[in-house]
Design a protein around this ligand. Sequence first.
Ligand code: G1P
Length: 297
Amino acid sequence: MNKQAGIKHAVIPAAGLGTRFLPATKAIPKEMLPVVDKPAIQYVVEEAYLAGFTDVLLITGHNKGALVDHFAQAPELEQTLHARGDAERLTALRHLNTLPPLHTVRQESARGLGDAVLSAAEHVGDSPFAVLLGDDLIEPSDLLWQKMLDVHARYGGSVLALMEVSDDDVSKYGIAAISGTDPARVLDLVEKPSKAEAPSNYAIIGRYILSPAIFSVLRHTSAGKGGEVQLTDAIAALARDEQIGGPVHAVVVNVRRFDTGDRLSYLKTVVEFATRREDLGPDFAKWLKGYVRELND
Ligand code: G1P
């Protein structure tokens, strides 16, 4: 249970079709794509536990097998590594088992992020909860959760994390109309607007604290952008009428965020994570510098 705000539940939607990564994601969820030697989802699950959420619910989709297997015990594999004396890999594998057990629920069909979050309603019940989108890796040492939980402890309701993006990028995100700062008050939200429609350059990044009132709003939210039930539309309804589930605030941050959701930013993420690693980093960086010189010639 998170001490600051008493929030226990974290919900991680991992039910998308992963079409941007086909054919790699035909049989495995995109959240299983490795960032160096850990699947993206593991970073997100670890972030949730580090932030103090003790009950993590994965919303899975049509190909959930690999996700569930990844977090399950693997006694045969452990025995093999033990017999080979491979202590390093054994430690990495055992670390997975030190994470509290995950819960899973299956979203019947991929009808959008809002619909995926709605499938958490029964498990979460009537308490505020966190949402972490599996595509976004956020550097835990940037203490984003601490900031968001502080705001929630002060004001209740819902809390978003916003980052300023360029005019060219507003159409990739949910964009907020806000007033004030530290924390900002969210007045309205538009999912993936055009430059002309965008109410600001403040983009929602994939971390949320939501009032449980979001569930009843989601039940009545019709398909929006892209024909999908959008979480952004339901949060906008909360922001426009504080009677429904309390106010919606936002912290405007500049955290290190790695988007593994599209191919180019995925490649950049892998390179950056690899160069930062103590074991691989020095050799990889040396090779990379040489390779970049070759490209420049
Ligand atoms: C989702 C949300 C969007 C948010 C984004 C952050 O979009 O719908 O509001 O800004 O995550 O990564 P997606 O990237 O899943 O299309």
